[in-house]
Ligand binder design. Structure first.
Ligand SMILES: [Zn+2]
Length: 502
């Protein structure tokens, strides 16, 4: 007990000194990045916007508090891909919860451009928070390139930098941004981000005492930014889903964990005789020690209940535990769209187990949308997060020629949704494709199991996969009640449950 109080008093002392270092005119920036799920993860143990709302309130009672989100929030998510009232949710739930949580400022991540242009416009209009972008522009149907803008309730252009003044007017923070150029859409124009951010920095620094970045870039790009812009004191970054803190002298790049498992707190204030601006950054765990805010928790529950009803209707029980994984299952886009991953193996093997007549399983990596690692306890919700669009499987008899064309084109599509994940009995030896160790014969017929979507001709680069096209001999669909092939997620759940039982 004595030791406990000793530790407690040390903790209190540390906390006190940290607060004592700040001035009455302190801005507390709470930084989130890459938030896809409004509810907590890991069986409710970490994350959750209701807990973030509590942190916002707690800090708001002590400091002038400003909440930023460094991109990636309207997509992808389980709830976002469900349809409610005939419309895909596409981030409506996220903006609603961010409004209720007290988010103040966001910039674009690559995933903001996953949803249709009109839907993103609606999300911008629905936001009670501000948007800022130094390097992303909108191209309208007439080819005119202008900044993105809010059209309702009032028309307002999204500015290239944001100014935040301390309440006692001791200092002003300029916030500039940069977004990774990895999700190209015809209606999105990425300006050269170094040039644009330098321009924004010039403007911001004229009107601010300190300039910081709110970015959605790879760590390497953030490091380049910090190197090129010596005046930039702090980069509040995103895109990678793991916490990171990289320093260069007194300057730093800070990234929190995805899905609000952690939040970065940056206390900004004037200090010392010269009144230089100081920043103290600290990572805060968002776990069971933080009580959820009841209002936000209720709103989250309401969205979840609506979405869960849709899943239960197709035989999925989101909270059910299906599997315990010893290794992290890699569903990050940076992996699944470039190489075969262990998660890709599991899904393809599930498809093969559901269609034992098939020689091999093939699916488009773009159907994996979780952009995250899965670890520990795997629930059906994790499978839904992984494959939010679901969809039926089909068995297709294809010529060896077509199978080879499919496999070779998959390689060409590296980095795109059409890059393929394969069952483990398919392998590449030099330039020869092998099935169960034997070279695929172009004159033979093979039976493969695949998502129906892949044979709809709608996958970019794989338009030749369609009924009636050369080499597609027979396509068998499955509609039977209780057949797991009616939804790829049912097939994965059944396969994992089988592994768990072994
Ligand atoms: Zn991202």
């Amino acid at each position: 007990m004595k030791q406990f109080f000793c530790i407690l008093s040390i903790c209190l002392f540390i906390q006190h000194t940290a607060f004592a270092q700040t001035s009455p005119d302190t801005i507390c920036i709470l930084q989130l990045n890459d938030v896809y799920e409004i509810g907590p993860l890991n069986q409710g143990k970490s994350g959750g916007m209701a807990r973030v709302a509590t942190l916002v309130k707690q800090h708001g009672s002590r400091y002038q508090t400003f909440v930023v989100l460094a991109g990636d929030f309207v997509s992808p998510s389980v709830i976002g891909t469900t349809k409610m009232d005939g419309q895909r949710v596409n981030g409506l739930h996220m903006v609603d919860i961010m409004n209720k949580t007290g988010v103040n400022l966001v910039t674009f991540g690559n995933h903001e451009f996953d949803i249709p242009e009109n839907d993103l416009q609606q999300r911008i209009n629905e936001s009670d928070f501000a948007w800022v972008s130094s390097d992303v522009l909108h191209k309208n149907s007439n080819g005119v390139v202008l900044p993105f803008y809010k059209t309702k309730p009032d028309s307002a252009i999204i500015p290239t930098f944001f100014r935040l003044s301390s309440v006692h007017k001791q200092f002003t923070i300029g916030i500039i941004t940069a977004t990774i150029q990895s999700n190209r859409q015809p209606w999105v124009v990425y300006a050269d981000h170094l040039q644009s951010i330098k321009k924004a920095f010039k403007l911001a620094s004229k009107q601010s005492d300190i300039v910081v970045g709110l970015t959605h870039l790879s760590l390497a790009e953030d490091e380049t930014l910090l190197r090129k812009l010596k005046g930039l004191r702090l980069v509040m970054g995103g895109h990678e889903h793991q916490q990171n803190y990289v320093t260069a002298g007194r300057r730093a790049i800070a990234k929190a964990d995805a899905n609000a498992k952690t939040v970065y707190r940056h206390l900004v204030f004037r200090s010392g005789k010269k009144g230089r601006i100081k920043i103290i950054s600290e990572l805060i765990n968002v776990d069971t020690t933080v009580l959820p805010d009841p209002v936000v928790a209720d709103a989250v529950k309401e969205w979840e209940n609506k979405a869960y009803a849709a899943f239960r209707a197709i035989g999925l029980e989101p909270d059910a535990v299906v599997y315990h994984t010893k290794e992290q299952l890699d569903g990050t886009e940076a992996s699944v769209r470039y190489k075969q991953t262990n998660l890709g193996n599991l899904i393809a093997q599930s498809m093969l187990a559901a269609s034992p007549q098939a020689d091999a399983a093939v699916f488009n990596s773009g159907s994996i949308r979780i952009d995250d690692m899965i670890e520990g306890v795997v629930t059906q919700l994790d499978i839904i997060r992984t494959l939010p669009f679901g969809g039926k499987l089909c068995e297709v008899d294809v010529s060896g020629d077509l199978l080879l064309q499919l496999l070779n084109t998959g390689i060409v599509l590296k980095g795109q949704g059409g890059y393929l994940q394969l069952s483990t009995n398919l392998s590449l030896s030099g330039t020869a494709w092998l099935l169960n160790g034997t070279a695929i014969d172009s004159s033979k017929t093979y039976k493969i199991v695949s998502p129906e979507f892949l044979f709809s001709g709608a996958e970019k680069g794989l338009e030749f996969l369609k009924e009636g096209k050369p080499g597609v001999k027979l396509l068998k669909r499955f509609d039977g009640v209780g057949d797991v092939r009616t939804d790829i997620r049912l097939a994965v759940v059944k396969y994992l449950a089988g592994l768990e039982g072994k």
